[in-house]
Design a binder for this molecule. Structure first.
Ligand code: CO
Length: 211
């Protein structure tokens, strides 16, 4: 066993001790249940730990992460998380948080085949196609990459709004809004893209559901 692996278990013991030092009931209170106000849909990238970058404590954020923070409408894993978060936990906010320098988005800009993941990256390539003219017009590659990351987040926010789960909550006048953020790896700061939805009237008519 590597030293790093063993260290993780030691770290866990220290973390427990530090929490208990502040509050003896810390874990017994947490074990009673959760009512997080936020669902986070982020990238699986190890450098973007959901709770840590926004200073959230255990119990405050329900988290779903995958490669390039995608909302794929046939992904049962994402749909199950979304359904539970909206209908059981009644979260008030859903945040899609992408990040500059995202490997998934980078892969979608190129043509290399990297295996099974090509089929996941395909969804990100669709986003490039939607914004092809604007993206192709950006000569600087880094600037184009950054813009693509932003477009991808915005598209996923729209995809959440198109889902039957989110539209159904809005029809029931449940308090629920969706937001798009991008995390800057080199600074640690989050940029709010100011794409916020709180009802389905802003959706293209073809996606609006009478539910
Ligand atoms: Co990423």
């Amino acid at each position: 066993m590597s030293e790093f692996y063993k260290q993780l278990l030691e770290n866990n013991k220290k973390w427990v001790a530090s929490k208990l030092e502040l509050d003896k009931e810390y874990f017994s209170k947490l074990s009673k249940g959760q009512s997080p106000p936020v669902l986070w849909i982020g990238c699986a990238d190890s450098r973007v730990p959901a709770n840590e970058i926004i200073g959230a404590n255990p119990g405050e954020v329900f988290v779903h992460r995958n490669i390039a923070n995608m909302v794929v409408h046939s992904d049962m894993n994402m749909l199950s998380v979304l359904d539970y978060a909206v209908n059981a936990l009644k979260v008030k906010h859903i945040i899609v948080c992408g990040h500059y320098g995202c490997g998934g988005v980078k892969a979608a800009m190129g043509n290399d085949s990297i295996g099974l993941i090509d089929n996941w990256v395909r969804h990100i390539k669709d986003v490039y196609r939607f914004h092809k003219d604007e993206l192709d017009a950006i000569e600087d590659e880094k600037e184009r990459f950054d813009k693509f990351v932003e477009f991808n987040v915005i598209e996923q926010v729209f995809d959440l709004a198109k889902s039957s789960i989110v539209q159904s909550a809005w029809r029931k006048h449940q308090e629920l809004s969706v937001h798009g953020w991008v995390y800057e790896l080199s600074k640690g700061l989050v940029k709010d893209l100011n794409v916020n939805f709180g009802n389905n009237s802003e959706l293209d008519k073809v996606y609006q559901l009478n539910i």
